[in-house]
Design a binder for this molecule. Structure first.
Ligand SMILES: *Cc1c(COP(=O)(O)O)cnc(C)c1O
Length: 252
């Protein structure tokens, strides 16, 4: 994934309902096709629409068009947008790199799932603030399965130790693992990353760590979600295929 310099105050992208509804049904069809191929039920795969850079108006339209879960990757952008979302939804997901000084602002937005926990330091901060707010926060642990330098995520070899330590924090609930497939010309290249995450999840289950419920494998984006589903993803995070290309400046 490219590392964009993103300006939170330039969230200007808007869309038309018909285009959006078409895109969503196309994505749902192709999720269903991939599910058939991998022998799982389409209903068991959660589609999280990634709404970063898109206006609250567009998010409201997507919710009208049948999206139930959406994800953002910047706390400040989410904090500006969420108060403007008037359509009901089932879950707001946080999928981006999270700094400890933004945790409090994030938890106030009531995320149903934070996908990007990759250190004990960050987990402890979320645990502390969740405790202050008297809530249990569901999280995923992000793993750097591709070994690329610019990717967040804990190293695969560190995962068991991290899970063991995080599972002792009283206000966090580990619900699974998340990864981002490698940046490559061919989506097929991500297959090994997704396969590794699935294997890590199976290894963890075999450890019988008490209270651990690894429900979600969050993997797959616009370019590679069919492959992720074939490799066992049951949560896909899809932006561009629903909302079109993102613009990170004022051009439109
Ligand atoms: C932006 C983003 C996505 C969605 O990317 P698309 O290629 O537009 O589908 C998924 N996951 C994360 C972590 C992201 O930051």
């Amino acid at each position: 994934m490219k590392c964009y310099d993103f300006q939170e105050d330039k969230v200007v992208q808007k869309m038309e309902m018909t285009v959006l509804a078409d895109n969503i049904s196309r994505v749902k069809d192709s999720i269903a096709a991939a599910a058939v191929k991998s022998g799982v039920r389409a209903d068991d795969i959660l589609l999280v629409a990634v709404t970063k850079t898109h206006s609250a108006e567009t998010v409201n339209l997507a919710l009208q068009a049948g999206i139930t879960h959406f994800g953002e990757n910047k706390v400040q952008e989410a904090a500006q947008k969420l108060p403007l979302i008037i359509e009901p939804y089932d879950g707001f997901h946080f999928i981006g790199h999270l700094q400890t000084n933004k945790v409090k602002a994030l938890l106030q937005l009531n995320p149903c799932l934070i996908h990007s926990v990759d250190s004990l330091h960050l987990a402890r901060e979320i645990d502390k603030i969740a405790g202050n707010l008297i809530k249990k926060q569901e999280i995923l642990l992000q793993v750097n399965t591709s070994g690329e330098d610019c990717k967040s995520g804990c190293e695969p070899a560190e995962l068991i130790a991290l899970v063991t330590a995080v599972s002792e924090l009283p206000n966090l609930v580990i619900k699974g693992l998340m990864t981002i497939g490698r940046l490559s010309e061919s989506a097929e290249d991500s297959r090994q990353d997704f396969n590794l995450l699935k294997k890590l999840s199976a290894d963890l289950k075999a450890q019988n760590i008490s209270g651990l419920d690894l429900k979600w494998l969050s993997m797959g984006m616009t370019s590679d979600y069919q492959i992720a589903i074939e490799e066992g993803a049951n949560l896909v995070r899809i932006g561009s295929a629903i909302f079109g290309e993102r613009h990170y400046n004022n051009e439109n």
